[in-house]
Design a protein around this ligand. Structure first.
Ligand code: HEC
Length: 154
């Protein structure tokens, strides 16, 4: 009877450690995915920015401005969620300060959201000069995060 209890206890320990092991593996994979997802979304942000730039420069039709600006605002709204804990190491240019200085980082995210929302509002109006100004403000918000929180290219 006693022996059986010991076996049972050992079995439980075995199951537990196997489960924990798997959880760790799953965690490692999801950290990598978090980094990959962040970079994928940021590439979309970059592409959208490129499209807006062409509109501002008069190389693409003004009629595209609102859709691009709304897309940018949607990207901005998910940017804060692209930086889960533990996505700070690996193939990433994200700086440790993102997690070490959460208030500053949050302010950078909010500045992005605000600038993108402003652009969306302005784009709906269809005024080229106003669009140019709002586009400049948006560009500043990219730098406002990249400068303090993104490592230079290696
Ligand atoms: C709140 C912070 C923040 C804001 C705002 C932000 N970015 Fe980023 N961006 C980052 C970080 C951090 C990285 C590095 C991500 C990594 O390597 O894991 C990055 C990476 C990128 C990349 C490279 C993606 C790749 O790996 O190929 C591009 C392009 C980019 N951002 C464009 C922009 C543009 C354009 C804006 C503004 C419209 C912007 N970002 C706003 C933080 C930000």
């Amino acid at each position: 009877m006693k022996m059986f209890t010991v076996f049972k206890a050992l079995a439980v320990v075995g199951i537990l450690s196997a489960t924990l092991g798997n959880a760790q593996v799953a965690q490692a994979a999801s950290d990598e995915d978090a980094i990959k997802f962040r970079k994928t979304v940021m590439k979309g942000v970059g592409g959208t920015m490129g499209g807006l730039k062409m509109v501002v420069q008069g190389k693409a039709d003004m009629a595209n401005a609102a859709a691009l600006a709304n897309t940018m605002a949607a990207y901005a709204s998910i940017t804060g969620g692209l930086f889960p804990k533990d996505s700070d190491f690996g193939d990433t240019r994200a700086k440790e300060d993102i997690w070490a200085k959460p208030a500053e980082f949050k302010a950078a995210v909010m500045a992005f959201e605000k600038a993108a929302e402003n652009l969306a509002k302005v784009a709906a109006g269809g005024n080229a000069d106003a669009l140019k100004g709002a586009f400049g403000g948006l560009g500043k918000s990219c730098g406002g995060c990249h400068k303090p929180f993104r490592k230079p290219k290696t």
